[in-house]
Design a protein around this ligand. Structure first.
Ligand code: UD1
Ligand code: MG
Length: 446
């Protein structure tokens, strides 16, 4: 099988994003657009991945590591950007896939279809991915002949009225014969409305050499180009629709799919039930038979089987929730191990902690993990019972089976099976309330 190299263009300034960071780093479902593309080309086992960036885009370099980087000194157009990648493709004779960093939703199936089309007739120099959007906007137009083969791509800025009326548009994605790419790119000029080196010109150049060019049609939803924040939100919506469908197909129940937001890497077990208004940040893995109740926010968290989370739970990075654990409403957990069957049912903060198996943490318990400078750990043993409104001042440990009386502030370690209670003595004055009310009533009636 012939090899594939992917060239992802990301050197454009993305001015329409009105952002201080490069466009391709803007995220969809918690992952940079450029990384979505890299993940997709990785599924094709591309032999080379080259990302074209502008000088100084070190954050893009870090994001795409270990992909190869090519620097385009000045953003002189998409053809000029591909030229910057050519030195890395010296001697490569397979198929070169050119992808735009701002078109992140393209699927593996579509790319495979393009590669197949390119290989069907070895003469085919270029395969372009076209689509027929409802509103063709300012996309380049694909000019085809009576056989449906491609003759030229005309940029919107250069198109006449007849060409603008063409509904078949350029998505920007191309499969190019690696043996011919150099000679095609070499001939691109910049005599056009924008004075740029358009990659799209290689179609006409190939046709002049009598080399066939083809169109593969794709679906509008996967070819949306993100040029501004409105399109970024549209791309997010499309991605979320995909993830929701995928989650349901794999055996999760989403009571109101439209209100559940996934990250690109959310992993769900079987028979997980997700109630409305749940948000998954990156790094969440959930076991089987788990229920995530309404209005919960989860990130960087693993959850075992048959756990119950929420409603209104907040699970932050490093929360490890074992099987059968119950996390109730208004509970925040960060960097903490909750062992099998532990319960934190109401209004608590558990951070930098271990909660042993079957321990019960009462309402309003707070692990005081931070002294303004450093973080400290709270360790709670199996079967311990922490009464409501307890402050656990870390570092502190409560051994297995101990009981902490409600309202305590715990600063010293508590031994196994002990009762620890920290509270002022209670004072009770018989009849005091009745006397107080009588006195007040008398004063009022005067
Ligand atoms: C491009 C196509 C247009 C197509 C549209 C699809 C050209 C000339 N036009 O237009 O036919 O319909 O995409 O979305 O190719 N980039 C560089 N270096 C540059 C210029 C751009 O790396 O000098 C990168 C950008 O970062 C971006 C991609 O190439 O990821 C596309 O550039 P953009 O300016 O968005 O092109 P469009 O005007 O959208
Ligand atoms: Mg664009």
């Amino acid at each position: 099988m012939t090899a594939i190299a992917a060239v992802i263009l990301g050197a454009g300034m993305g001015t329409r994003m009105k952002s201080r960071k490069p466009k391709v780093l803007h995220q969809i479902a918690g992952r940079a657009m450029v990384s979505h593309l890299l993940a997709t080309v990785n599924e094709l086992n591309a032999e080379k991945n080259i990302v074209v960036v502008a000088p100084g885009m070190d954050d893009v370099r870090a994001e795409v590591d270990p992909a190869e980087i090519a620097i385009q000194d000045k953003a002189l157009g998409t053809g000029h950007a591909v030229a910057a990648a050519l030195p890395s493709l010296q001697g490569f004779e397979g198929d070169v896939l050119v992808l735009y960093g701002d078109t992140p939703l393209i699927t593996r199936e579509t790319l495979e279809n393009m590669i197949e089309t390119r290989r069907r007739d070895t003469n085919t120099a270029v395969v372009v991915l076209g689509f027929e959007p409802e509103d063709p906007m300012e996309y380049g137009r694909l000019i085809t002949n009576e056989k449906g083969d491609l003759e030229a791509i005309v940029e919107f800025a250069d198109a006449d009225a007849v060409q603008k009326a063409v509904g078949l548009c350029n998505s920007g994605v191309m499969a190019i014969d690696g043996a011919k790419i150099q000679s095609l790119i070499d001939e691109i000029g910049n005599d056009n409305a924008k004075g740029e080196y358009y990659l799209t010109d290689i179609v006409e150049i190939a046709r002049k050499k009598d080399l066939p060019c083809k169109v593969v049609k794709g679906d509008e939803e996967e070819l949306l180009g993100v040029n501004n924040r409105i399109q970024l939100a549209e791309a997010e919506a499309i991605a979320q629709k995909r993830w929701r469908k995928d989650a349901m197909e794999k055996g999760a129940t989403l009571i109101d799919p439209a209100s559940v937001f996934f990250s690109h890497d959310t992993k769900l077990g079987q028979d997980v039930i997700i109630e409305p208004n749940v948000f998954f940040g990156p790094g969440v893995t959930i076991g089987n038979d788990v229920r995530i109740k309404a209005n919960s926010h989860l990130e960087g968290t693993t959850i075992g089987d048959t756990a119950q989370i929420g409603p209104f739970a907040r699970l932050r990075p490093g929360a490890k929730i074992a099987d059968d654990v119950k996390i109730g409403n208004f509970v925040e957990v960060k960097k903490a191990d909750l062992e099998k069957g532990a319960k934190v049912s109401h209004l608590s903060y558990i951070g930098d902690a271990r909660i042993g198996a079957e321990a019960n943490i009462g309402a309003g318990t707070i692990t005081c993990n931070y002294d303004g400078y450093d973080k400290f750990k709270t360790d709670i043993g199996a079967g311990a019972f922490v009464g409501s409104n307890t402050a656990l001042v870390a570092p502190v440990s409560i051994a297995d089976g101990a009981i902490i009386g409600a309202g305590s502030t715990v600063t010293k370690n508590v031994e196994q099976d002990a009762l620890m209670v920290e509270r002022a003595d209670e004072v009770q004055k018989s009849g005091w309330a009745a006397r107080f009310r009588a006195m007040k009533a008398k004063l009022k009636n005067k």
